[in-house]
Every structure is written in C-alpha cells, then in structure tokens.
Ligand binder design. Structure first.
Ligand SMILES: NC(=O)c1ccc[n+]([C@@H]2O[C@H](COP(=O)([O-])OP(=O)(O)OC[C@H]3O[C@@H](n4cnc5c(N)ncnc54)[C@H](O)[C@@H]3O)[C@@H](O)[C@H]2O)c1
Length: 277
C-alpha cells in the first residue's frame, strides 16, 4: 500500500516537466490524481497512460490566470472524487516566448508583470482559497506551493517571475499560520535548476556552468522534486509546515567562489592526503 492511499491530489501544470513526474509519483503512491493544465491534450495523454497501468488519474483543464476556471477545477474535482486532500501548486507562466519578454525592471512591460502575477501568485492564492474548505474537511490537508531559487537571489533578468515567486513564498508562510490548527499544512518547494531532457542535450555548456555551482554531482531531475512532494503530501510530512524547502542541490547554500576554488581545493586535499580524501 502506498503512502497516499485514499488521498485525492490536484497537480497544476501537471502536463509539464516537474508536474508530470510528480503526477506519476503520487499515482505510484496510490493517490487519486487530477492532472490540471492549460494544455489539456498532454494532460489527457498522461492520465490515459497512468490508467492503462492501473493508476487513478483524470485530466482537467485549468487556466490559472482565470479565477472562474480555478473555481471550476475545484468543483469538478469534488464532483468526481468527492473530496480533496492535497494540492500541488506547480503550474506557472513558464512558456519560453513569454519568459523571454521578462527582462530587467527598467524594460518591464506592464502586461508581462501583470500576467506573471495573475498566473503565478494570484493563481496559487486562488487555488488555496477555493480548495481550503475541502482541505479542512479532509482533516489532513496538504498545500505544496512551488517557488524558485530566483525568489531568493538577484539576477539580471526574469524580474517579474522572481517577484511573483517571492509572493508565493510569503503566501505560504501566511497560509501555514492561518490554517495549521485546522489540520492543513502549507509548504513551498524552491527547486534548483531541473533542466528538461532536451535542454540537457542541447545546452551542454550552460548545464556544465550551472552544475559547477551546485554542491551535488549533477543538476536535479523532476523525480527529485516529486519525491519531496510525495513526502509532504503524506502523513510522514504532517509535522512540516510553513517551510521554504530548497530542493536545489545546495546551490543556494555556498558562496559563488566555492565553484571557482574547487579545483584548487581538491588539489590541496590531494596533496595533503595523497588523494585519499
Ligand atoms: N525546472 C526548473 O528548473 C525549475 C526551477 C525553479 C522553479 N521551477 C518551477 O517549477 C514549476 C514547474 O516548472 P517546469 O520546469 O516543470 O515547467 P514546465 O513549463 O515544464 O511546466 C509548467 C506547466 O504549467 C502549465 N501552465 C502554464 N501556464 C498555465 C496556466 N495559465 N494555467 C495552467 N497551467 C499553466 C504549462 O502548460 C506546463 O504544463 C514552475 O512553477 C516553475 O516556476 C522550475
């Protein structure tokens, strides 16, 4: 028996990279999973694949920028499964052509800022608002939001994206404080760089450059994020709330010079210990 037997979970952005890996993991843990995405076709294909191998998943359309669409997602989930225990707020305006317009503050298009906040920040808040009555009723509600390391460090572009993810961090702390006593945990996962298979293959230099700054041998895989979601969604995560969980290979936890000095450091260690360390 899996850790999520009898738990209904919604995964927004469930057709995407981290979303689809998490959907598969939650189903492998015997959860009942709603794959919610603006891209209905890949969500449906994933649901069919999961059902064909004995899992329990359905696909539903949602546009996180549209409050009525979010309310309908919650209503349709309750109509189908009758209850709701877990929401993984993972969907975000990540379309490359859109993100490429999100530059420095001085060049910011108002429409890019507003759409980013409508989908990433307001969308996450409304998912929580509309799901809360069912999550509280379940007695073991778990809200898992998705942020980014971009919310915690400065960068040269993607200003709106980073600011919207900071809003998600703050929202998480407030929701955890407000509804914890009613049996609802609320946490946010802040992933490190988890490239898609095509970007691993097509951008080896970029991957190597970023990898140097992570403390782990490799960058993350979607399954690494899925594993944390499964823990937080299960009873094993019931004492974890109000946390910004950095599932990021330690990239946020070391000075930038660590990557630059690593070769020198390793040569020094090898010199002292004859390479035994
Ligand atoms: N992959 C990484 O390296 C990384 C790093 C930090 C944070 N994140 C965060 O993780 C989450 C998932 O990222 P990913 O890499 O899997 O991206 P992805 O682009 O593969 O998936 C995002 C999904 O969200 C959906 N989506 C976009 N706009 C939507 C809308 N308006 N309504 C509903 N669904 C919508 C897309 O169709 C897509 O399926 C995002 O919140 C992202 O900001 C990812």
């Amino acid at each position: 028996m899996g850790r999520l037997t009898g738990r209904t979970c919604i995964v927004t952005g469930g057709a995407g990279g981290l979303g689809s890996a998490t959907v598969r993991r939650l189903c492998a843990e015997d959860g009942q999973v709603v794959i919610a995405d603006i891209m209905l076709e890949p969500a449906q294909a994933l649901a069919e694949d999961i059902r064909a191998s004995g899992g329990d998943a359905i696909a539903l359309h949602v546009d996180l920028g549209d409050p009525d669409s979010i309310r309908k997602l919650i209503d349709d989930t309750l109509a189908h499964y009758g209850k709701l225990e877990v929401i993984f707020n993972n969907g975000a305006a990540t379309q490359a052509d859109f993100l490429n317009r999100d530059g420095a503050a001085g060049d910011m298009e108002i429409e890019v800022w507003d759409t980013t906040f409508a989908v990433n920040a307001r969308g996450t808040m409304l998912m929580i608002k509309y799901a809360l009555p069912a999550l509280i009723e379940s007695g073991s509600g778990a809200i898992i939001n998705t942020s980014s390391g971009a919310a915690l460090l400065g960068d040269l572009a993607r200003t709106a994206y980073a600011a919207s993810k900071s809003a998600v961090n703050a929202l998480t702390l407030y929701v955890a404080a407000q509804y914890g006593k009613q049996g609802v945990t609320c946490n946010v996962i802040s992933p490190g760089m988890v490239p898609t298979a095509p970007s691993r293959a097509n951008q080896p230099e970029l991957i190597r450059m970023v990898e140097r700054h992570h403390l782990t041998p490799e960058l993350g895989y979607p399954e690494d994020i899925a594993a944390m979601v499964a823990l937080l969604a299960s009873d094993e995560g019931r004492f974890v709330s109000g946390q910004i969980l950095r599932v990021d290979g330690g990239v946020s936890k070391a000075f930038a010079h660590v990557a630059d000095n690593r070769d020198q450091f390793e040569a020094h260690v090898a010199n002292i210990w004859g390479g035994a360390a």
